[in-house]
Design a protein around this ligand. Structure first.
Ligand SMILES: NC(=O)c1ccc[n+]([C@@H]2O[C@H](COP(=O)([O-])OP(=O)(O)OC[C@H]3O[C@@H](n4cnc5c(N)ncnc54)[C@H](OP(=O)(O)O)[C@@H]3O)[C@@H](O)[C@H]2O)c1
Length: 324
């Protein structure tokens, strides 16, 4: 099968599309023929070995010291079950599914292996493969930060820093879903986009930096990583919470009250939550553009630019099944 492989850390053009062995599903695994898979900031961070301030090369201990341990990147996908391993009962060949790979990567390929008991769910008929693939990375992140940690509820005022990206476009909609008033921070060119997602107020960061803007919010979600803890907590109303999606090492290890940081878990229930809302038209996947797998280097370049609108999604044509 064809796969986008990163054999070393480096700029976008280290990624090469080439033939690799087709994986075989073992017990409890499903083999998914990938139809759509986003290139995310996480993929670009791993490929470039670029991590938030203070981490240096530390993440390489987990990701691969000299080169990415998972040669094929890609943490989320949508497609069709091509084959199942022994003991699989929930999914069968032909099911449309989408999922997250629990940090193992492998989705930037014609086929990806998924654990049946992992975060892999049926895609509702009303949701396209591209939309399903696009919404998972930012969606599970925004849901965990805002619903589970921020406990966003009616009457609260939430500000989303980085509102037009993958995390932000989901965060704006999810905060609105839970009844909050939402202020979105992004470039002026994306003001109409975030308003269309439900933002009540928009701050163009080029005209008015969020830090020092004098606003008071119940929840501050920083999906950019440019707020210090002092700047973020100065924006909080009494009992407000600062949610850091991109903490520096220092922000991660020094405990602070009213500051939440960490990595969002990849849970089946959250994937299903997102898909159900998307099927009902309550949540919209924002897709900057789709590109064929062959253009994976261009996709990485766009993601590296730091200004994609929502998601950049690789698409793969329908194949003839494993073994072709
Ligand atoms: N903790 C976790 O579990 C977790 C999970 C997923 C992602 N993340 C992290 O979250 C971050 C965001 O990911 P993403 O996929 O949403 O990124 P993205 O799609 O690249 O979006 C970044 C957004 O930041 C905005 N932006 C750029 N410069 C800005 C500035 N100076 N002030 C305010 N906004 C600015 C951009 O808006 P404009 O284009 O309008 O300029 C863009 O929409 C990444 O660093 C990622 O690593 C963390």
């Amino acid at each position: 099968m064809l796969a986008a492989c990163a054999d070393r850390y480096g700029p976008p053009d280290v990624v090469v599309v080439r033939d690799v062995p087709l994986p075989t599903p073992g017990p409890g695994q499903v083999l998914v023929r990938v139809a759509a898979t986003p290139v995310t900031v996480a993929d670009a961070r791993i490929r470039g070995a670029r991590f938030p301030k203070g981490f240096g090369h530390l993440p390489r201990l987990a990701l691969g010291v000299r080169r990415p341990r998972a040669t094929v990147l890609g943490g989320s996908y949508a497609g069709e079950v091509a084959a199942v391993g022994a003991g699989v009962v929930v999914h069968s060949a032909g099911d449309r599914v989408c999922g997250l790979t629990d940090g193992l990567g492998g989705a930037h390929a014609e086929y990806v292996l998924a654990a049946e008991n992992g975060a892999v769910a049926r895609i509702p008929d009303d949701v396209t493969d591209v939309d399903a693939a696009a919404m998972l990375f930012g969606g599970v992140t925004a849901l965990w930060f805002l619903r589970d940690r921020g406990r966003v509820a009616p009457g609260m005022h939430v500000v989303v820093n980085g509102a037009s990206g993958a995390v932000g476009t989901n965060a704006v909609q999810i905060a609105k879903y839970f009844g909050a008033t939402v202020t979105a921070v992004c470039s002026g060119g994306n003001a109409a986009l975030v308003r269309s997602l439900g933002a009540d107020h928009v701050i163009d960061y080029a005209r008015q930096p969020l830090a020092g803007s004098g606003g008071r919010y119940d929840v501050v979600l920083d999906a950019v990583g440019n707020l210090s803890i002092a700047e973020g907590t100065a924006l909080l109303a009494p009992a407000g919470l600062l949610l850091l999606a991109v903490p520096t090492l220092a922000q991660l290890v020094v405990p602070r009250s009213r500051v939440v940081r960490g990595g969002a878990p990849e849970r089946l229930a959250d994937v299903q939550w997102l898909l159900q809302r998307a099927a009902r038209g309550e949540l919209r996947a924002v897709v900057d553009r789709t590109l064929p797998l062959a253009d994976v280097v261009a996709a990485h370049r766009i993601v590296d630019g730091g200004h994609k609108r929502g998601n950049v999604v690789l698409t793969l044509p329908a194949g003839d099944g494993p073994g072709r």
